[in-house]
Design a protein around this ligand. Structure first.
Ligand code: ADP
Ligand code: ADP
Length: 229
């Protein structure tokens, strides 16, 4: 039984805009799946649906074989680490942001996860280190930095599945490589479902689902998809 399975998922927003049509694919435990497609294809909507943010219009999402509608929302969310593109950062310190999902994490692990997502230089801008405030009264984080802080928080929480919306979209080449290595390492003991614009940024995925106009138009590895291009 796959960790996550989408069966014929359909969805439309309350205003009537149909967004997803008959989307089916599975994410085996410990595997990396990417959803790729042009802007407006429905990728962000799909991730939010998996996380349970919106109710499905049709079809089902199964977690380890059970329809998610039969599972308590809190239990499900604890198993999924969902990082939206506009990732929320708490008003507070970097330490507080990291510890939210994993209280009691030892100090060296906090520094390690910051290094893993390329945020060490940001924290070292202040002599307060992990206790530097984030936001107007402390270090101002760019959109990409906020997202990486949220990814660091999700990594510490060790969910069975990480749901990441465009994690490398706003990164320079160096930080993109770093984050990809980090996600590679993370994928050794958990599954990843990553949304991306471009095929090249998710070339390491075990499976790539191509979404266009809310429909799955191809599924394959990077090499398979490039060949048929
Ligand atoms: P991004 O593409 O940066 O992820 P969003 O996810 O916020 O941005 O929005 C994606 C698209 O959805 C945009 O075209 C936006 O106009 C549209 N959109 C977002 N929210 C709404 C809404 N409440 N009603 C209609 N369209 C929306
Ligand atoms: P992608 O992530 O692939 O860019 P989205 O899932 O953001 O695509 O958007 C898919 C479609 O749903 C777009 O047509 C967008 O305008 C619409 N949409 C996104 N968010 C909303 C919303 N909150 N309300 C209504 N329509 C939305």
């Amino acid at each position: 039984v796959p960790l996550l399975e989408l069966r014929d998922v359909g969805f439309g927003y309350a205003d009537g805009t149909p967004v997803l049509h008959g989307v089916s694919f599975s994410v085996p435990a410990g595997s990396r799946t990417a959803v790729v497609g042009p802007s407006g294809a429905g990728k962000s909507t799909l991730l939010a649906l998996v996380e349970g943010f919106y109710p499905l219009t049709s079809g089902s999402v199964r977690w380890a074989g059970t329809d998610v509608r039969e599972l308590p929302r809190a239990a499900l969310r604890a198993r999924m680490g969902y990082v939206e593109q506009e990732a929320p950062v708490l008003a507070g310190t970097v330490r507080e942001n990291l510890l939210l999902a994993a209280p009691g994490t030892p100090e060296p692990e906090l520094w390690q996860v910051l290094a893993d997502v390329g945020l060490t230089p940001v924290v070292e801008r202040s002599e307060l280190g992990l206790d530097v405030l984030v936001g107007d009264d402390g270090v101002l984080l760019s959109g990409g930095e906020r997202q990486r802080l949220a990814i660091a928080r999700s990594l510490l929480a060790r969910p069975a599945l990480l749901l990441l919306d465009e994690p490398t979209a706003s990164l320079d080449a160096r930080n993109e490589t770093l984050l990809r290595q980090t996600l590679d390492a993370a994928a050794r003991d958990r599954a990843l479902l990553v949304v991306a614009h471009r095929l090249s940024t998710v070339r390491d995925s075990d499976q790539i689902v191509v979404l266009e106009g809310g429909r799955v138009v191809a599924v394959g590895t990077h090499d398979e998809l490039v060949e048929t291009d």
